[in-house]
Design a protein around this ligand. Sequence first.
Ligand SMILES: *Cc1c(COP(=O)(O)O)cnc(C)c1O
Length: 413
Amino acid sequence: MKEFSVEAKLLHTPYNKPDAYHALSMPVYNSAAYEFETAEEMEDAFCGRSPEHVYSRITNPTVQYFEDRVRTITNAFSVTALNSGMAAITNTFMTIARAGGNIVTSSHLFGNTYSFLKFTLADFGVETRFCDLTNPEEVRANIDENTCCLFLEVITNPQMEVANLKQLAAIAHEKQIPLIADTTIVPFTVFKAHDFGVDIEIVSSTKYISGGATGLGGLILDYGSFNWAESTLLPRFSGPFGKGAFTVRLRKEIHRNMGAYMTPQAAYMQTLGLETLTLRFEKQASACLKLAQMLTSVPAIRAVNYTGLESNPCYQISLEQFGPLPGAMLTFDLSSKEACFSFLNKLKLIHLATNLFDNKSLIIHPASTIYGTFTEKQRESMDVKPTTIRLSVGLEPVEDIYNDIVQALKNEK
Ligand SMILES: *Cc1c(COP(=O)(O)O)cnc(C)c1O
């Protein structure tokens, strides 16, 4: 028999252990601790000789079920669910970085990721080298014997830049460092990051997966593909655990010490979100492409940026990596910051809110909000322009979204 599809696997991932009452949905196990019959069983569990749950900061059955579902559809070696995308990012860097080490990435990053690297990690003696990831020579020149990883976002936001992943993976692996990617912008049901050489994938599950923006969540997917034994990274772990070194350090040390595990309630909601992920993505991303095409002929709009448009400079590489529907987010430019504010204040349907891939369309002016506390110079260095609007396309019919935009631009030239 042929293997079942991703959609079917998503819905039918079995529990690790059957529920006592044969519940069809994974129950929400809102328990901080787990009881043992004997001291011997307790010792085995605490010392990692049995897989029993001991405490919900470390593992929880509901969260583990969510992790199992993600693992089933991605074939990752390990999946770790945390309580936000930022928790996934910080746990990843805490696992891999060390004082005196450096991280090579782009300055085109999610605001808090940039702030974490530039300020927080810098205070712990970790340097971040921001370079142009579309220039392989520059990337190569920035990597040295103290580099811990090459990190990137697969489609940067709001610049919408797409780097060539296979090319960067080749450079990273030649230099014996892992390629780590934040893939939040295109879900793993569509974009198979590991096929393009990504060793560790980070996802803010707040976005597509939660569906309806019911809560925060983050995922770390380790594909077990990086050969730690041949690198100088994770020296305490690469010897005994080989390809599992990252996961073992993350699960046995960093994530326990940081205490940012996903809550069972969030895992329950996100498991539900997973069940409709492919349906919602197809609808929202198709609407996004159609809307991008429609907006290009609106006179007040100076430029539309969506990598699924054939006229986009990243179109070809985006098509190769993500297929014809590279996400449900686009940006467009108006004449000035004032024009952006006036437009936003006239919208009737689209909500002024941050967040991406809610069921509802959401819109934001990134320069004055997500990057509002950065200096103008920092914003310039990150190519965050005062004229740019970011739109996350929801489940509304595309004509409704379009009509709302057009009515709000009526007096703009
Ligand atoms: C939202 C987002 C994050 C942070 O995720 P949270 O769940 O808000 O902590 C990180 N990276 C990208 C690309 C994002 O869009």
